[in-house]
Design a protein around this ligand. Sequence first.
Ligand code: C2E
Ligand code: MG
Ligand code: MG
Ligand code: MG
Length: 288
Amino acid sequence: RAKAEGRGRWRFFEPEMDARMQLRRALETDLRRALAMGEFELFYQPIVAVASRQVSGLEALIRWRHPERGLVPPDAFIPLAEETGLIVPMGEWVLARACADAVSWPGSPKVAVNLSPAQFASRGLVEMVAQALRNSKLDPAKLELEITETVMLQDTEATLTTLHRLKALGVRIAMDDFGTGYSSLSYLQKFPFDKVKIDRSFTQELGRSPQSNAIVRAVTDLCAALDMTTTAEGVETEEQLEALRRKGCREAQGYLFSKPRPAADIAGLLDKLDRESRAGALVSSELV
Ligand code: C2E
Ligand code: MG
Ligand code: MG
Ligand code: MG
């Protein structure tokens, strides 16, 4: 601080920096308290087969039910949770909760859980996943772990080892937000992904930009050749869904089918989507 006062140009920024640090510390304290108090909730969003519109899985998306601020989205607290390491106990709770919820759903759809790079780099990850499976008795094949490209940038050998150990448990691995980070096609060959999720920035440009059309087509073809499923994120319109169908994209996720919904709504939502997909199948068979 004395040093800062010695330099005129620092003094101007100092109060602002202090305020930001204080806000950060307050949020960190609040996050710890929230975890202890059980203020986090999982919402779920269906993932649907493009051809049949049948639900194949649901993605778990964390929310913070804050006593004063209401429902807080993950972008507002996940980055700080990662920086402080709180993501590890938070992620353990997410995994356990998601596996427990999944065994209760009718039709045994898959459940997808997001893993952050900090969790991936933490020591106990594989054992934590194994434990969540044991405790819930969820079929490992019904659990899908989503990781982003940032994970691939970390120690490659360690990442590969962890991925293979996770695969050995019988769970599936998906690459999330494909195309937004430091994407490299070599990742698709090098790492054992079962699925690639095409980021919604591409989906939402479908039909509007020839580049996005070409990228979605190329990724879908490549993944098919490598025996991986493609899921398009952020599907909001029938036009986008139709474009995805023509490009051979297998699965879709987005507001067109449902926004993320609280766990308590999921059995009802699955029932509604099941009836809709049957009705849709009937309509298309009448058209033929
Ligand atoms: P993500 O894994 O890529 O999840 C998809 C995000 O897109 C979700 O935002 C979802 O609500 C949103 N979305 C889905 N369909 C549509 C659509 O049609 N249109 C638009 N505009 N958006 C759509 P959400 O729930 O705010 O989550 C944001 C991110 O936070 C997630 O991105 C994921 O990276 C992270 N996250 C969420 N839950 C967890 C968690 O339990 N653990 C970790 N580590 N990260 C999480
Ligand atoms: Mg995800
Ligand atoms: Mg994503
Ligand atoms: Mg995302």
